[in-house]
Design a protein around this ligand. Sequence first.
Ligand code: ACO
Length: 323
Amino acid sequence: MIRSVVQGCGAYLPERIVTNDELAKKMETSDEWIQQRTGIKQRHIAADGEFTSHLALKAAERALAHAGLDGADLDLIVLATATPDETFPATATVVQKALGMHKGAAFDLQAVCAGFVYGVSVADSMIKNGLAGTAMVIGAETFSRILDWNDRGTCVLFGDGAGAIVLKGEQGAGTSADRGILANALHSDGRQHDILYVDGGPSSTRTTGFLRMEGKEVFKHAVVNMAAVVGEVLGKAGLEAKDIDWLVPHQANKRIIDSTGRKLGLAPEKVVVTVDKHANTSAASIPLALDTAVKDGRIKKGDLTLLEGIGGGLAWGASLIRW
Ligand code: ACO
């Protein structure tokens, strides 16, 4: 059977770092408040003229270099983003052109902070169905552009960044010990729209709008849904929590991450945490964390790696990968 096997990964963060203390000079907040509730110490903010496609391209180039491939080898780009350069065309096509990829398909996918696991799942399905052979999944965001910088309850939580992985269809026996994506699970619940959304859009207001969130409500749903979807994806693969080598969760909040790790009975060392360095970068957060743990030597070939994320919609999901 065909398996989607990871060939490489890459990530990019904009140069400018904004610390909690710097924010505290501009608004009524403190490093202590932000760190205690979220674990965030700093975020990276894109420069003027630096767009989502620029961040995505840098992450994509690094992922290709890590995989030993170039743009012409790809026949699919799925770019998960809620902050595209333009309403259309897809930001993925901007990246496609810049990578010198002139075949196949490139499109954007919108599932906010769950975008990366949605993207992995879609690319995996397309590879298994013969619609693509070698695919790039990118999560890239410039959330700084949709933040209300007068709302201290939300603006301190987010940052900009990008990450990417390259997947290739390979024939294999298809056991849970073989490398590749073992299982995916996706969910959404449109009834929860009002607890996390952007109050603008091309069709409704002809503006971009700003992010609005009821943090406590999101927190409750995140804790419950993350534990459930992790159990679901493990069940699909016939594996158990004790088999997990690495949990790579959406990096929104250290307390949500810790709670998921505890529910799974995982030792804290098995949970990859990078939220302190880049805050919540929405669709980019999982590949940013993945890239960190792969490049520092923690995640190795053959390790059972679990990705999970939740965001606006609500939309959530998980992917289980034998790295
Ligand atoms: N600095 C200082 N004080 C603040 C700040 C701030 N930046 N923001 C809010 N406060 C104040 C509030 O005004 C409130 O003051 P009051 O008690 O005088 O009214 C007090 O702090 C407590 O506010 P709460 O909103 O109740 O704080 P809470 O403990 O719930 O923490 C937080 C807020 C961090 C947002 C928390 O609810 C949370 O982490 N929720 C999950 C949100 C999340 O992770 N979202 C992303 C997931 S989905 C996605 O990634 C898009």
